[in-house]
Design a protein around this ligand. Sequence first.
Ligand SMILES: Cc1cc2nc3c(=O)[nH]c(=O)nc-3n(C[C@H](O)[C@H](O)[C@H](O)COP(=O)(O)OP(=O)(O)OC[C@H]3O[C@@H](n4cnc5c(N)ncnc54)[C@H](O)[C@@H]3O)c2cc1C
Ligand code: SF4
Ligand code: SF4
Ligand code: SF4
Length: 376
Amino acid sequence: MTELTYEKLLQNEVKTFEDLKNEIINGNKCCACGACIAYCESQGFDVIEMKGYNPEFKSERSVENCTKCGVCYYICPQTKVLLKELNEIYCIEDNIGKIVKILAAKAINTVLEKVGQDGGVVSAILTYLFEKHKIDAAIVSEFDRNFKPVPKIIFDKEDLFKSAGTRYSISPQIFPLKNLYTIPKEILIKKEIFDIDELRIAFIGTPCQCRAVNKMKFLHVKPAHVIKYIIGLFCFENFIYDKLYDILKREIEVVPTNIKKTWIKKNFFIQTKDNKEFEIDMKTLNPAVRNNCHECDEFTGRFTDISVGASGAPEGYSMILIRTDNGKNVINSMLSKGIIEQFIVPSNRTIEWKNKKLDWYNKLISLKIRNQTNMN
Ligand SMILES: Cc1cc2nc3c(=O)[nH]c(=O)nc-3n(C[C@H](O)[C@H](O)[C@H](O)COP(=O)(O)OP(=O)(O)OC[C@H]3O[C@@H](n4cnc5c(N)ncnc54)[C@H](O)[C@@H]3O)c2cc1C
Ligand code: SF4
Ligand code: SF4
Ligand code: SF4
């Protein structure tokens, strides 16, 4: 692989936040991951901030603070730079990406299984990593009383229960890293961390967000250096919060404060706090789909240690795609310790079973790409 460093990138004409604004943000292609701001703010440059779900200059004066370093442009998951290099590192040759092992499993912990979106596997992985002292923190997505996702760095496995389950709108998962260097001292002392750069974080996010983390790691830029595990969620599309809940209010008269759980199984399902269930045709929600998702060719998250999703999984289980040795060690250890239970496929059917899943994922990605062609 050609050695590409940030220094080499800088030998070309450097693209800056102005270019990011023109090409990605104003072009409605931003996925609101927060990577650009996390980097810039963690360096103390005081230039950009998130306004709503859009990165913007903080003020006219802050434009002058921009060092034109270009890092925000290069780490943005929506720019084309560095993708060739990432594909080489991850040995990606097709739409699904490299898979070391594919299996279906569910959490044995009945509470996690109950609160989890599918098999509770993501929360079980995080619990395991905390319990085995392999991480000090995790970036998860909690939600407020309006069912609006709130990205958060948590330091305690007990907090995982507040993040389990899926909220189908943007949670800017990389954004909290902007505060890495201002994490309160008492938390670090409790964790026995004396040098913040030694913190070990597990990251949970959608495929586009995992791509951004990998671009940051590839360029060795802080603050992604503290991320040790990347766990991706399958993602076919995501929704604009306001538009999604406007449609739900109009169609079924359910307001976000009354929602207990949402899930997608061909159609969109809602369970309210008084345990009523509603089903909405996915087509009804089309106007709420984020524009950047219309141009996305990822589904199972190519740039992850472990990808987890429901598609193709037996009822109550999650599908797990292991992509790296890092991911393999975690899942194998969890299986051997009985933390997750694998769905058993008869040995004479394993190859057929695996191929069927891969065919299905390829079909879904092709459908995504075909929809984009039809829209253009
Ligand atoms: C926007 C979105 C779209 C998805 N689309 C699909 C799909 O089309 N097909 C499919 O098979 N699976 C999809 N998933 C993944 C699926 O909903 C589950 O997250 C996955 O199966 C893991 O289930 P679990 O029970 O193991 O997770 P749990 O143990 O319940 O943990 C869920 C994790 O998801 C995180 N999370 C919740 N909401 C968000 C959010 N908005 N953004 C980022 N992280 C979040 C939480 O922090 C938590 O750590 C999607 C997820 C998201 C967030
Ligand atoms: S200082 Fe660098 S990272 Fe910050 S906005 Fe300017 S170009 Fe982007
Ligand atoms: S880095 Fe993320 S938040 Fe920033 S412009 Fe790109 S997609 Fe948007
Ligand atoms: S569909 Fe693609 S762009 Fe949209 S949230 Fe999911 S991974 Fe990101």
